[in-house]
Design a binder for this molecule. Structure first.
Ligand code: NAP
Length: 483
């Protein structure tokens, strides 16, 4: 098979926040994997920056340890030393004048320049200001902005406005790493590169859609941030909304950034406000040695949701009458993310069998084991007359397409390479982010204005009972939550 790795051109990538958790756990190990895959040119340069004062050599040692911790077997990789040689480091406090001239001096004029803001959002404006004063916010610089992109519509607008004073929209890469997942992109390929599904992809044939993003971990360690955000802001406004957009959108004219993002925006604008009865909030309680949410965030009175389930309606031609059920939460039974398109039943069963046909389902697994299953009814093999059984036509991408020894890139590394290539298709545009907040704000504002508390649920469960009832009252049920 011809190599699918397309090398990118020479670049300087500045990572603000290079000593932080995200950079050390995801960004730098991901860059190393791209280097090993042959996607990164030998003259690429990665310049880490943070307040911590250290020499480039110490930073390389830190990254070597980070790769060992997060990419175990590759620590002995023969190319690790060559990769580390691409790294440089400039100490710099965002709010202070020192260090900027040094950083500017290390950047080359004729290569792609990208700056990754892997720092708290409260530092974005200060860093942009510093870049601007140093002439680093020029028309060719690309910036990568991490989530959360705002806390509500007003703050997202303010952030967009601040960025737009220094950068054009074409320079801003708002990351949602869910969009970098192989399966998510494959969803677009399966929908738009085949004729098979698209005629069925509407309210006439789809009964409902389920999107589940379940985590087994609690919020300990990020309690401060999380207690201010909650599941609705932390997960639904961005990741689940982006997945919903890719399922619900009309076919874009071309697979190019603005054509795709225009269609996603139309979906966000077609979202109906969520009725209070269509949403369930939950908060995990403690059990045995497992601390409850309130203890994890050190706030006994917290009314923040660690779980949310909701029924979402789209008011448009294609989806009128087909609800989208979303749920996400912490300390749940499984670490599993999936989308299930549940089709309607055949209008009439010709089979006189004890087993009724079951609805076809297209299940798109984001984790674990990225892939898709198409669940269909077939005849149970063997004698004994006509008996129906459901089978899954399994499309496991890594198995079907992975070459020996070549991993599929993870979401972060793919997205960083897209930044270097200048491809914004898998990044959120400013108006999309604002539209998602405009839909989210009334929900969280109503919670804040009320006195109700989230429903408690047991760690290791599938969330509060009320979430099960949200589906049951419509004569439907959630798929089992399992790894
Ligand atoms: P973190 O571990 O707290 O790291 C923050 C980084 O910012 C450190 O390198 C810190 O280094 C640097 N920093 C702090 N104050 C600074 C200043 N005044 N000037 C220059 N650098 C400064 O945070 P993180 O978890 O990596 O998260 C970074 C960003 O990614 C945040 O926006 C977060 O919301 C987002 N994010 C993180 C994750 C994740 O899994 N961690 C996931 C999604 C999104 P010094 O102390 O040395 O300055």
């Amino acid at each position: 098979m011809v190599s699918r790795v397309i090398p990118v051109e020479a670049f300087d990538l500045v990572i603000f926040g290079a000593t932080g958790d995200l950079a050390q756990r995801k960004i730098l190990p991901g860059l190393f994997r791209r280097f090993v895959a042959g996607q990164m040119p030998d003259d690429a340069r990665i310049i880490g920056s943070a307040r911590t004062r250290m020499e480039a050599g110490e930073f390389r040692d830190q990254v070597r340890a980070a790769i060992a911790a997060h990419d175990g077997p590759r620590i002995d990789h023969p190319q690790l030393d060559a990769f580390l040689q691409l790294l440089d480091y400039v100490p710099l406090d965002a709010g202070a004048p020192d260090g900027w001239a040094d950083l500017r001096g290390r950047l080359r004029p004729d290569v792609v320049r990208a700056v990754y803001f892997s720092v708290a959002p409260s530092l974005f404006a200060t860093l942009v200001q510093g870049m601007s004063e140093q002439g680093l916010a020029d028309a060719d610089t690309r910036i990568v902005v991490e989530k959360p992109f705002g806390h509500d519509l007003a703050s997202a607008r303010a952030l967009n406005e601040m960025l737009s004073q220094h950068f054009s929209e074409a320079q801003i890469y708002r990351i949602d790493h869910y969009l970098g997942k192989e399966t998510v992109q494959n969803l677009m390929a399966v929908r738009f590169a085949n004729i098979l599904l698209e005629p069925l992809w509407n309210a006439h044939y789809v009964d409902h859609v389920q999107i589940t993003v379940a985590e087994t971990v609690g919020v300990a360690g990020r309690g401060g941030y999380y207690d201010d955000a909650g599941a609705m802001r932390d997960m639904v406004q961005n990741h689940l909304m982006q997945l919903l957009c890719l399922i619900a959108m009309e076919p874009p004219v071309r697979f190019d950034p603005d054509a795709v993002r225009d269609e996603k925006l139309k979906v966000l604008r077609a979202l109906a406000p969520v009725a209070p009865d269509d949403i369930v909030r939950g908060q995990y309680r403690g059990a045995g040695a497992i601390a409850g949410y309130a203890e994890d965030v050190d706030n006994p009175d917290s009314r923040t949701e660690s779980f949310v389930a909701l029924k979402v309606r789209l008011v448009n031609w294609r989806w009128q009458g087909t609800p989208f059920y979303l749920r996400t939460g912490k300390r749940l039974r499984a670490r599993a993310s999936e989308i299930a398109i549940v089709f309607r039943m055949p209008p009439h069963s010709i089979f006189d069998t004890p087993e009724l046909p079951r609805a076809n389902e297209l299940v798109i697994r984001l984790q674990p084991d990225e892939g898709m299953d198409l669940k269909m009814m077939i005849k149970e093999p063997g004698p004994g007359g006509m008996r129906l059984v459901p089978v899954a036509l399994d499309m496991s991408f890594a198995e079907a397409l992975g070459e020996d020894g070549v991993d599929l890139p993870d979401a972060y590394e793919r997205l960083i390479m897209d930044v270097i290539r200048g491809n914004q298709t898998l990044f959120m545009r400013g108006d999309e982010v604002e539209a998602a907040w405009a839909w989210t704000d009334p929900v969280v504002d109503a919670w804040a204005a009320g006195t109700a508390r989230p429903e408690p649920y047991d760690p290791g469960s599938a969330g509060p009972d009320a979430a099960t009832q949200l589906m049951q009252r419509d004569g439907r049920r959630w798929r089992d939550m399992r790894n």
